[in-house]
Design a protein around this ligand. Structure first.
Ligand SMILES: NC(=O)c1ccc[n+]([C@@H]2O[C@H](COP(=O)([O-])OP(=O)(O)OC[C@H]3O[C@@H](n4cnc5c(N)ncnc54)[C@H](OP(=O)(O)O)[C@@H]3O)[C@@H](O)[C@H]2O)c1
Length: 308
């Protein structure tokens, strides 16, 4: 069997990055984790890094903003996966420059892990975030770097534990607020399964220079359907309050930045239906669950059973 690609992960101590790093080691890829000196000294993050080391990963000191450290680390591997956070997304141009200089990368997966940014329809401030990711797509293509763009749609762990409620840490048992009319199909996938799919794809010629878009049927439902499933799990009918698009747009404008970014992403997904309102054409994309029937995607129904 062909040797598994060596993978460098930048952002392994982040929310989605920790799942990706774990999947990489568990799938048997020689795994390198680029981390900053300050992160190694961080009490919680150092535990995470030690766990990766136990799983066989090698730590490399570096920084997105330190060119030589990137080039040196990239030269050791075949594949680069970036899971840097939203605020650093546009700065991945620095990573692109380093990959170009190193000249050896067979696949680059930039930090996206959300809605397909070439098909999204959003208002500010989400619009600018998506634009930043699309800008990185164009820069990767212009540099001629072999790539896959991961459009996994929503992280299940961000939305399902509260059934989309933002003012609570628990799932609702009396009342529920639905943004928009609750009809567009949305997609939520468990983080572990997003990570496993990301790792499976690095050596897969079918996703070379394509967007890998996640729409497993059991994970693709309308907000109204998700609420009905939740009601069936708790054996109770919830009092539903619908927030009109007009009201939501007003809330986005008036909210502080942190909240307005979340609300505007929700608007693009839950009201505009950006996760599902386009056909996946073979010219630009492939659907993850069709490509990897062996991966068991935990359905929204199964997820809600577990938290009921
Ligand atoms: N689909 C969804 O529902 C969803 C939800 C949230 C996020 N996302 C997307 O997922 C991607 C990752 O976001 P996240 O929330 O997982 O990120 P995060 O938790 O903020 O983690 C960012 C990672 O990047 C590292 N990093 C930051 N600056 C760095 C630098 N200068 N050099 C090297 N490493 C650096 C951080 O290291 P330290 O640990 O040292 O800080 C951390 O490991 C983003 O594209 C984001 O938009 C999607």
């Amino acid at each position: 069997m062909a040797q598994k690609s060596k993978i460098l992960i930048i952002g392994a101590t982040g929310y989605i990055g920790k799942f990706v790093a774990e999947a990489s080691t568990k799938e048997g890829h020689p795994t390198f984790i680029l981390t900053r000196e300050s992160t190694i000294k961080h009490p919680e993050k150092s535990k995470l890094l030690n766990n990766f080391k136990t799983l066989g990963a090698k730590l490399v000191i570096g920084d997105l903003y330190h060119h030589e450290s990137l080039v040196k680390a990239i030269k050791e591997v075949d594949v680069v996966i970036s899971t840097v956070g939203g605020e650093s997304v546009a700065d991945q141009v620095k990573l692109i420059a380093a990959i170009k200089e190193a000249g050896n990368v067979k696949r680059f997966i930039p930090s996206e892990f959300g809605t397909d940014v070439d098909h999204v329809n959003a208002v500010e401030p989400a619009k600018s975030t998506f634009k930043g990711k699309a800008y990185i797509r164009r820069a990767v293509e212009a540099a001629g770097i072999p790539h896959t763009f991961i459009a996994c749609n929503g992280f299940a762990g961000y939305f399902l534990p509260t059934v989309g409620q933002m003012d609570t840490y628990t799932a609702p048992r009396e009342k529920i607020t639905i943004l928009g009319d609750g009809t567009p199909k949305v997609v939520f996938v468990k983080e572990e399964e997003i990570a496993l799919t990301t790792i499976k794809t690095v050596d897969d010629p079918r996703t070379l220079d394509k967007a890998l878009i996640f729409r497993p049927p059991g994970n693709t439902l309308s907000f109204n359907e998700i609420v009905s499933i939740w009601e069936s799990k708790i054996g109770k009918t919830l009092e539903r309050t619908y927030v009109s698009e007009e009201q939501l747009l007003k809330n986005i404008k008036e909210a502080p930045f942190g909240l307005s970014i979340v609300l505007s992403i929700m608007h693009s997904v839950l009201v505009n239906g950006s996760a599902t309102n386009f056909e996946i054409e073979p010219s630009f994309g492939v659907e993850a669950s069709e490509l990897y029937p062996d991966i068991k995607y935990t359905t929204i129904d199964e997820y809600l059973t577990q938290i009921a």
